[in-house]
Design a protein around this ligand. Structure first.
Ligand SMILES: Cc1ncc(COP(=O)(O)O)c(C=O)c1O
Length: 370
């Protein structure tokens, strides 16, 4: 077979280890997964009910235009349905953006480290990833603006940033938007937006409304607890939405995903409750780690970087050791943050379990290693 040349530089995406596999491999009865920035609670009850009711229609293809979902999102955000794109997760929308914007030799500016899919898109299209190092774990938006050249097709701002959890004020993103040429698309990836407690958390929406070269990406995967169904959305110009529509697969958002997302949107009160829940546990995790003398990076998301550089073992073994104890977290070495672990905020019980296992690594004689 003669594969496309781009393939030789690509590697499959490596997700966090599934819970069941870890239990089996290490013979553990209790495992907590804090590795994939998932929400620790199930979807809303009303959403589960709507999914059950939709099961009987699975012999029919879904609405290929996701009409009701796009109309509901448009109503929620004061847009027309032509300004709403939906995808099989916001990941699909990111990939479709690559399909409609990138050719060999084009440039995409984004932070380093940031969400791994951004470089995958570049590799796929043989575009150049122009990466701009984070400063204090945070986007350097001035340097990103300065990195734009006539070949730049996209600038991606991940806010809060994955894997660091840091948040940049929307006023700073606005300066970037106003400084780049109008034919460069600014992608504001807000996969974790619903967790943000900063006062300007909804600011990117107005920025997008005022600029056709901005797309805001969000997802039902995180706070809504629907990552297993795959549905995300983008608010953008009708022109860009029309372009994305040409390259997506015919029924890209499945029937259960459309049903679930549509129902989930009706429960803003539960979203607010989950935001409070996450913020409280995030603060608790920071506090307990600080009390143990351990640093964290200030996060506005449902995960954070935890400093593990002092642990008395080779750094790349820290997360492996935690895994063997049943606490699955993400090794920062693989995410461009050597010396740190990326830990998702779980329930209180899950957070306590992780803290106990981490403490046992720090002081193996005292903590025991179960
Ligand atoms: C920054 C960022 N963007 C986008 C996504 C994609 O989410 P999904 O495809 O599940 O909507 C993720 C998932 O972890 C993410 O971290």
């Amino acid at each position: 077979m003669k594969f496309i040349p781009a393939l030789s530089n690509m590697v499959p995406y490596e997700p966090g280890r599934p819970l069941e596999l870890v239990m089996r491999e290490f013979g553990l009865e209790h495992v907590v997964k804090l590795a994939s920035n998932e929400f620790p609670l199930p979807p809303f009850d009303e959403v589960k009910q709507a999914i059950v009711e939709a099961l009987d229609d699975l012999n029919r293809y879904p609405d290929g235009h996701s009409t009701d979902l796009r109309a509901a999102l448009a109503a929620q955000f004061g847009r027309t349905p032509e300004q709403v794109a939906v995808g099989s997760g916001s990941c699909e929308l990111l990939m479709l953006l690559g399909d409609v914007l990138l050719e060999k030799g084009d440039e995409v500016v984004f932070a380093d480290p940031s969400f791994v899919v951004y470089s995958d898109i570049c590799l796929r299209h043989e575009a150049k990833a122009v990466t701009v190092p984070l400063v204090d774990h945070t986007h350097d938006l001035e340097a990103m603006t300065a990195a734009v050249t006539p070949r730049t097709r996209m600038v991606i701002v991940c806010n809060p940033n994955n894997p660091t959890g840091t948040y940049v004020p929307v006023a700073d993103v606005a300066r970037l938007v106003e400084s780049v040429p109008g034919d460069v698309l600014v992608v504001i990836d807000e996969a974790y937006n619903e967790f943000v407690t900063a006062a300007d958390s909804q600011g990117a929406l107005a920025l997008q409304a005022a600029h056709d070269n901005v797309i805001v990406l969000r997802t039902f995967s995180k706070i809504y607890g629907l990552c297993g169904l795959r549905v995300g959305y983008g608010l953008c110009s009708p022109e860009l939405r029309g372009a994305l529509d040409k390259v997506r697969q015919p029924f890209n958002v499945n029937r259960l995903a459309q049903t679930a997302a549509l129902e989930a949107l009706k429960h803003g009160d539960q979203v607010a409750e989950r935001r409070r829940f996450n913020a409280e546990l995030r603060a608790y995790l920071v506090e307990r780690l600080a009390a143990a003398g351990r640093a964290t990076v200030p996060s506005e998301a449902n995960f954070m970087l935890v400093d593990t550089r002092d642990l008395c073992r080779p750094q790349d073994e820290v997360c492996g050791a935690l895994l063997a104890l049943g606490a699955i977290v993400r090794d920062g070495n693989a995410l461009g943050c050597p010396g740190w672990a990326r830990v998702s905020v779980g329930t209180r019980e899950e957070v306590d379990f992780f803290l106990e296992k981490l403490a046992s690594l720090a002081a193996p004689d005292e903590g025991g290693s179960s």
